[in-house]
Write a protein that binds this ligand. Sequence first.
Ligand SMILES: Cc1cc2nc3c(=O)[nH]c(=O)nc-3n(C[C@H](O)[C@H](O)[C@H](O)COP(=O)(O)OP(=O)(O)OC[C@H]3O[C@@H](n4cnc5c(N)ncnc54)[C@H](O)[C@@H]3O)c2cc1C
Length: 465
Amino acid sequence: MCASLGDALLSRGDFARIVGASHVLAPEEDDGAAHFGHDATVVRGLSGRPGLVVRPCCASEVAAVLALCWERSIPLVPRGGGTGLAGGAVPLGGEVVCSLARLRGIREFEPSLWRIFPEAGVRTRDVQRLARENGLLFPPDPGASGESLIGGNVATNAGGPHAFKYGPVGAFVTGLEAVVAPGEVIALGGAGRRDVAGYDLQSLLVGSEGTLGIITAVRLRLLPAPAAASALLSFFPSRAAGCAAVLAVLAAGVVPSALDFLDGPSLRFAAAGCPEGPPPAEAEFALLAEVDGTAAEVSSSLAELTAATAAHSIEMRSPSVKELWAWRDTVPGAVASVRGGKLSEDVSVPVERLSEALSGLDEIAARSGLPHCAWGHGADSIVHANLLLDPSAAEERSAAAAAAEEIFALAVSLGGSISGEHGVGLLKGGRLALQWPEAALRLHEEVKRAFDPRGLLNPGKKLAR
Ligand SMILES: Cc1cc2nc3c(=O)[nH]c(=O)nc-3n(C[C@H](O)[C@H](O)[C@H](O)COP(=O)(O)OP(=O)(O)OC[C@H]3O[C@@H](n4cnc5c(N)ncnc54)[C@H](O)[C@@H]3O)c2cc1C
């Protein structure tokens, strides 16, 4: 069910009555609405056009917006910070884009009870900062935390390097407020930590990418901040040695807060900012590890981590935690600048298949004729597989797209998933059928119908097939 551009426009006055005229933007008026036609996938050439952009300021306005869309059969795309890497917030044409960015309140913050209740439009970094300033920790650290919003993080169940020890955003959600069809505000879960009374509707909304409801506020649990943290950067002579080191860390029972990897080509592309100088010339793999806890725990974990990886490694460095992650943040940009663009996927595999996944990626990339590299979260075994391309070359773009299909199939053949982090959105629509049986696909579609029988919530996204 898709409206024409005109359907939303015709209702402009009614949306304005809900949110105020200055909070309704139209693409043809050059008032900033065009910005809402894309998310971070714009670098892959993905962009659409909203019918209208509406910017409600509270849950009741969001509910009124959805109710109006429901009444007029106008599809709606919820939008957070627009940093998504799957095209989930991209309007296909004619939808009302509902920006949650004005829902910026902190409804409750109780540091002594380790919990916070931000509205959906609070920036991820501000949740992290508030926690930190009060001796607490909100561990999820998705890479675009300066721009992404907490509602978007929940809607994508975002991860990041520290998800290995602490879990992704969903692991911190104890309750949600959401607007569901046909325009009602519901509260699920709460400030308490356990609730097993009904079907887990809250978890269905976590990671639902705007297809089941609009998240307006999130109850999050926090943790006391660890007293200390240290980093270890180890280099390995081969991918096999590096992957063996990941398994050795797990077998030793050490729990690093993060254990990311970079393969040889990534190391060479991002060599310039590497802490303590460029990586050793013979390095084909690196592990970026962090441990945290009390000072004593950090020191013993670091010793165990060093012991577990030493046999496989050719060099170890001890940068500060800040230096390590500042360098890691430069990697995607350094890689993209090599040829002007890249196609990056986020498949996951069981950790013991990581080495096979990386070898498989070599073969796929060789067939595509494109240079490639990979990095990711080693212990969670999420592989950011990158094909480097000239974005102006149509044949390279289509070679990369064909390679991506092979990468999905490879991950599934190894017992993994087409997406370990960024979600399905538009870009991976239909690929769930690669990894789920028919009966599960049917349930996926029935869940969508139960929440959204008229298919108006983010249509065309997170499709199973
Ligand atoms: C440089 C960079 C680094 C990144 N690093 C990571 C990373 O480490 N880990 C990771 O997991 N992701 C990462 N991402 C991807 C992205 O930041 C996350 O997916 C993030 O959670 C998206 O949040 P957002 O607010 O920008 O959502 P948007 O991009 O606006 O939306 C994403 C999806 O959620 C839906 N949505 C947004 N808000 C709501 C809401 N309130 N209610 C219902 N649905 C909603 C949208 O419809 C869309 O389908 C990165 C992106 C960039 C650009």
